[in-house]
Each structure stands twice: as structure tokens, then as C-alpha cells.
Ligand binder design. Sequence first.
Ligand SMILES: [Zn+2]
Length: 310
Amino acid sequence: MTASVAFISHADCGRHDTGWNHPEHVGRLRAIPRALRNEFDLYEALQHLEGRHATPDELALAHEPSYLKVVEALARQGGGRLDADTIESEGSWDAATAGAGCVLDAVDLSLSGKAVRSFSAVRPPGHHALRASGMGFCLFGNIAIAAHYARRNKGLDRVLIVDWDVHHGNGTQALVEQDPDIRFVSMHQWPWYPGTGPADDRGPHDNVWNVPMPAARPREEYVSAFLTAVDTASAGFTPDLVFISAGFDSLAGDPLGGFTLEMDDVSRLTREMVSRAAQWCGGRVVSALEGGYVPERLGEAAVAHMRALR
Ligand SMILES: [Zn+2]
């Protein structure tokens, strides 16, 4: 039996205008519905939902209120730079609050059973954002905010976050590692941007599993290293909800990474997480887009991912 899966997005995510020369441009998101249109059965089977904007109180589950004001003020004044590669435009506050809000809606939908699993196609991405600063194209830690929301606002006892983006989810780690009831698994290229995430960085409560991997290894090595880490992280820890930081820059050919994954691996990793979630927590999976910088590949991967979420 297939579950009810939601495809969640928000028109405002397209208003984060980084320019076409920036790798994290709006064409990335546009590629997803374009790819989905060719998959009529999947398109028809998904719930197509527009998310909401996260409120400042919700964003403050993971970020300093003073930083939220900085992000909002920079957008209101027409945009600018938060760091060398993290840009804001006039629409970035609305985009980033929508991106975070989509993932919060995904938690609500999963817990209510309306959409037990979902994929949120959002930008800017989130997993490099820190408590009081943007970083690496990311403004707010969409997944980290949603994990705290699930724990504190929705009363879940335990959550697991897995991150297969080619870059270390340093922001997610920083934003969740103080909570021992959130466990975090990140597989990432090493050495590579942002330079964090060695295997012996287990977080202050040993609740972090970093899986640094060299570039250009056979695909299966990445899949098996990732799943081994997931199984180690979940030994004796039954999550009530599983989050996926779905970065598709771990696919072969991405300009910002050197991993070798193919569409079949996206399907496999997704199915493996769905089957574990089925055993742990009624199949509840909340997935959100992180990286992925070849738009056509990103669109195809999102389709494979959503197909495997069903
Ligand atoms: Zn990435």
C-alpha cells in the first residue's frame, strides 16, 4: 500500500534572487515541477501543497532573535551579502521564512496523518546556517528548526535527522547537538567545504554521527557507509519522526561535489529510510531540499525521491 505523500513548496521561495551566476539560483526549484510534469502517475498521486511562513518565534527555536532582525532588515533594504557566498535580495526574508514554514507544515501534516511523508522543495537551503549567522547559501536551518518544533511544540520524544548532501551539515549539527534526544547523521565529502565534520566529532552528547568520505569512490561505498551510520545512530533509539536533509549535490557530475551517486541511489536511500521509519514511527518522514546544482539532475532526483517516498 502506498502512503499519502505531499509535495510542499511556496511561491515565495522563488523570490530569493541570487542572480543566475550564483550556483544556488531560482532555476533549481523550477526544475522540479518541470521534471514532475513528465511523470503523470506520480504527479497525480502527490498532494500538492503550499506551505506557510514560519513565525519569528518559530525561527527562534534555533536562531538568535537579533540575527532574525539582521536578515529581515537586509531584505527590507533591498538585499546585500551575509558572507562571501550567502546573498540576500529584497524577497529573501519572505523566501527564507517560507522555506522554514514549509518544513514546519510538513511536521504538522506528518503528525496528523494527512501526509505521513513529504518532500519540501525549498530555498534558500538550510543546513549550513548557524545560530546567529547565515553561511554557505543558507539563511535559516529549516530542518533544525523543524526538529526543535517537533520536540518542543509537538511533544515528540526523539527525532532522527539524516543528511546526504555532499557537504557537512555543520549548521544542523550546531543547532541540534545540545539536545541528546535529537540524533544527527551527516555523510559528506572530506576534505571539502565547509571543513567540519570529522568522524570523531560526535557532539557534546555523542548524538552526532559524521561520515566523512573521499570523492570519486564507487557509488555503493557511499550508500553502505550512510546506511551503516544510520543503523548505528538508531541502535537503542527509536525516533518518532525522521527528517531527511535531501541534498542532491551528492550525485555524480555536481559542480560543487565529487560523490558519484546516481538516481537509483537516491531511490535506494529513500526506500531504506522509509522502511526504517515504518518500523520506528508509522512511516513518518519529513524531507527537505538542501543542495544540488545541476538543475536537470536535481529535478530528476526529486522525482526519484518522491516516487520512493510513496
Ligand atoms: Zn551541499
